[in-house]
Write a protein that binds this ligand. Structure first.
Ligand code: EPU
Length: 308
């Protein structure tokens, strides 16, 4: 740890009531189990605490990025400069309120799905089984073959980089396939989401959610560590997984990073893969698919941190 990092951590400890750690390995906080140290890792204590620490960082020109469960990110081996803000335990509350479900951005999406279906509320069962948090799922507009998270959203409560709070609505968020405004505008942090649902038959909803989860566990790899699909599906009805499979890339390997035999759009960390291994393998996949089919795949996983 450098002097300036130590000063930064000390300054931040005076601002936040949350957890602050210096040089925290991000491999502890990502589903890939990969990622170098964040200069400063912080878990804010609540929304006001988050607002205060973001305003503090902005006032000092300290960069920051936000994580939920780290389920859809590839963090570089060199780690993260500035702050890695983790939406942890204080942001995990889930409650139903009539036809609405209100969830903290750090709640696991699948728990929110369960709360909705148990309450006989329909609209989220189509996204059952997706790993990660509510905040990450909204930012990515995560989805399955049945639908996407944005479909059922009524509003989100956010903190902005100057420490202000505001509400945003679906018309502000520009949801489309695996995309929302949060990917372009990284000055806003989701704190809470309200989903507006329809009354439905509880038993049928439970069955639907189970069948969506079952299909996921049948089709997607269970071994190794991953961040879900590595590339977006290209337009039309083409599947990135199918293209990668047809290009003969199942089992392709760089170091301990391997293209899954079960679903070719998954790159697995089989134990000690580095971020550089995963990225080199992903680039090889991209080049091969481009050479075979003339299609340029785009990353679905967020590539973050210091790659220089
Ligand atoms: N396929 C192959 N080989 C493979 C993988 C798939 O031939 O290695 C074929 C399948 O047989 C099927 C078609 O490709 O005919 C589509 O496959 P699948 O049903 O698995 O759907 P996908 O388009 O590959 C999308 C999402 C997944 C989501 C599934 C199921 C993207 C990038 N992927 O995959 O989401 O779980 O549908 O709903 O949109 C994720 O976003 O991280 C993710 C895993």
């Amino acid at each position: 740890m450098t002097n300036s990092e130590a000063q930064l951590a000390d300054g931040l400890r005076r601002i936040t009531r949350g957890i602050v750690k210096s040089a925290e390995p991000m491999s502890r906080h990502t589903s890939f189990g990969i990622g170098g140290p964040a200069d400063i890792y912080v878990e804010p204590a609540d929304g006001d605490d988050l607002a205060a620490l973001v305003a503090w960082a902005n006032g000092r020109g300290v960069p920051w990025c936000v994580f939920g469960d780290g389920a859809n990110v590839l963090v570089s081996d060199k780690g993260i400069r500035g702050l890695a803000i983790r939406m942890g335990r204080p942001f995990r509350r889930v409650r139903t309120d009539g036809q609405r479900v209100v969830a903290g951005s750090g709640a696991k999406l699948d728990k929110v799905v369960s709360a909705a279906v148990e309450a006989g509320l329909s609209g989220l069962e189509q996204v059952a089984g997706i790993p990660g948090t509510v905040g990450g799922a909204i930012a990515m507009n995560a989805g399955t073959y049945r639908g996407q998270v944005g479909d059922a959203l009524e509003r989100v409560s956010v903190v902005t980089s100057d420490g202000a709070r505001c509400q945003l609505y679906p018309e502000d968020l520009q949801f489309r396939y695996r995309w929302s405004i949060f990917q372009a505008d990284q000055t806003k942090i989701i704190v809470e989401a309200t989903f507006r649902l329809e009354p439905g038959d509880r038993d049928e909803l439970v069955r639907t959610a189970q069948s969506v989860r079952r299909r996921r566990s049948l089709n997607l790899p269970a071994e190794g560590r991953s961040a879900g699909c590595i590339f977006k599906n290209p337009g039309g009805d083409q599947s990135a997984g199918q293209l990668i499979d047809q290009a003969g890339l199942k089992g392709a390997r760089v170091g301990d990073a391997v293209v899954s035999d079960k679903h070719a759009n998954f790159i697995l960390n089989m134990g000690s893969a580095s971020a550089a291994d995963v990225r080199a393998l992903a680039e090889k996949v991209r080049e091969t698919v481009h050479a075979e089919f003339g299609i340029a795949l785009e990353y679905e996983v967020r590539i973050v941190g210091d790659w220089q």
